[in-house]
Design a protein around this ligand. Structure first.
Ligand code: GTP
Ligand code: MG
Length: 197
């Protein structure tokens, strides 16, 4: 799919205030600093459409970006950022689960995980929650430029083995790098395909 236009539309702190039209959307979620905002910029070929930072906790709101005037990419804040207080963690959890449970327009989410790390309980728990709530999602491995091809293969394989301990089938998954554009076509083709269904 060719990205002809990509524009920021609105930031919200509540799902109730998100765009009201029925355009399909795809949301990016994962730990703080995993590369959600960078991936949105990579996919859309726009350097700073979504704000990125080396410090975790950059994205704080639900951000809608209108693509090709007929669907949305949604940038979400990260989970698991250790430096926020317990009460704001709770509030944040509610805000995210509200988004996933109430947003009818959501076609699929992408749960991002850093390809360098072993499966982390927080990510596995989140994926289990998505599975149990029947919210469709794919897994995006990020920062593939940080590993050699053999190590990429090994890490992906280990991840899949972990998932197969509690699921019979794997969700779709993608290996990406926002630095060298790995996986761009795979993710965009998946979006194009599911958008037509
Ligand atoms: P929050 O909004 O804080 O939850 O973070 P985020 O998940 O949106 O991460 P963001 O895109 O801001 O990126 C975090 C850091 O990782 C930045 O320093 C990026 O430059 C870096 N980064 C993101 N993607 C990649 C990648 O594919 N390769 C490399 N090498 N660095 C990346
Ligand atoms: Mg971000």
């Amino acid at each position: 799919m060719k990205i002809k236009s990509a524009e920021f539309v609105v930031s919200n702190s509540e799902v109730a205030k998100c765009p009201k039209n029925a355009l399909p959307e795809y949301a990016f979620i994962g730990r703080s600093n995993v590369g959600k905002s960078s991936l949105i910029n990579m996919l859309t070929d726009r350097k700073s459409l979504a704000k990125t930072s080396g410090r975790p906790g950059k994205t704080q709101l639900i951000n809608h970006f209108l693509i090709n005037e007929n669907w949305y990419l949604v940038d979400l804040p990260g989970y698991g950022y250790a430096r926020v207080s317990k009460s704001s963690k709770k509030k944040f959890q509610k805000f995210i689960t509200d988004y996933f449970e109430k947003r009818q327009q959501l076609v699929s989410a992408f749960v991002l995980v850093d390809i360098r790390h072993k499966p982390q309980p927080i990510d596995l728990e989140f994926m289990k929650y998505m599975g149990e709530s029947e919210i469709p999602f794919g897994i995006i491995f990020t920062k593939a430029d940080k590993l050699k091809p053999k190590a990429i293969e090994r890490h992906v394989d280990e991840y899949c083995q972990e998932l197969l301990k509690f699921w019979e089938e794997l969700p779709p998954y993608f290996v990406t790098s926002a630095s060298n554009y790995t996986g761009k076509d795979d993710v965009l083709n998946f979006i194009e395909k599911t958008n037509e269904e």
